[in-house]
Design a protein around this ligand. Structure first.
Ligand SMILES: Cc1cc2nc3c(=O)[nH]c(=O)nc-3n(C[C@H](O)[C@H](O)[C@H](O)COP(=O)(O)O)c2cc1C
Length: 190
């Protein structure tokens, strides 16, 4: 799971979600801002991690209707022509891509009648096309709208929804308390 949040310390929903996912035995959370504070991405390590994954999750808060800058740089540098796409670029072929994106805007704001005029899926089109160019299967994105208004129960619902999407349907509630400490530790180490 590729996690990019430039404001991770003040995060309301992304951080608890990333921590919960980090506690799952089959999920490798790669916290880009923790790993690469100087934006010096280890391309080989990222490609190696991607090679091991069945599903590539991109989790981020929406910044200006797009991805945080380090995630864009990660795409530019890691998804190389000849490796991820183009002639001989088959490394990601057959994998799934799942985007989990939060917004301050409400679901209504992200509609044809709303202030942002389009659903979030429209703003994710470049990512969808990137996934298709790399031969990945594009899964229906998970949108976390109105992120700051989510109460604790709402955050837990989001965690359960993402876990279910990753095949961990029953674990949202039960893992919560037991895993918070270890997950936090793993994120610190990332
Ligand atoms: C630089 C910046 C740009 C943002 N742009 C948008 C935006 O285009 N649309 C939106 O709905 N929210 C926008 N936001 C709000 C973030 O998406 C919101 O802070 C985040 O989803 C909350 O999740 P978190 O607290 O878990 O990080 C922006 C926030 C920042 C700091």
């Amino acid at each position: 799971m590729i996690y990019a949040n430039a404001r991770a310390k003040r995060s309301h929903v992304n951080r608890p979600l990333a921590e919960a996912l980090a506690a799952l035995p089959d999920v490798d959370v790669r916290d880009l801002y923790a790993r690469y504070p100087d934006y010096d991405i280890d391309v080989v390590a990222e490609q190696r991690a991607l090679s091991c994954a069945d599903t590539v999750v991109l989790q981020f808060p929406t910044f200006w209707f797009s991805v945080p800058p380090l995630l864009k740089l990660w795409m530019d540098e890691v998804l190389e022509r000849g490796w991820a796409h183009g002639p001989g670029g088959t490394a990601l072929r057959g994998k799934s891509c799942l985007v989990v994106a939060s917004t301050r805007g409400t679901e209504e704001a992200y509609s044809a009648e709303g202030v942002h005029r389009h659903p979030l899926s429209s703003f994710l089109l470049p990512l969808e096309q990137m996934a298709l160019e790399c031969g990945m299967t594009w899964r229906a994105p998970i949108a976390i709208h109105d992120a700051y208004r989510l109460d604790e129960a709402g955050v837990q619902r989001v965690i359960a929804e993402v876990m279910a999407a990753l095949g961990h349907g029953d674990e949202g509630g039960s893992t919560k308390a037991a895993t918070a400490a270890t997950a936090a530790a793993r994120l610190e180490l990332a």
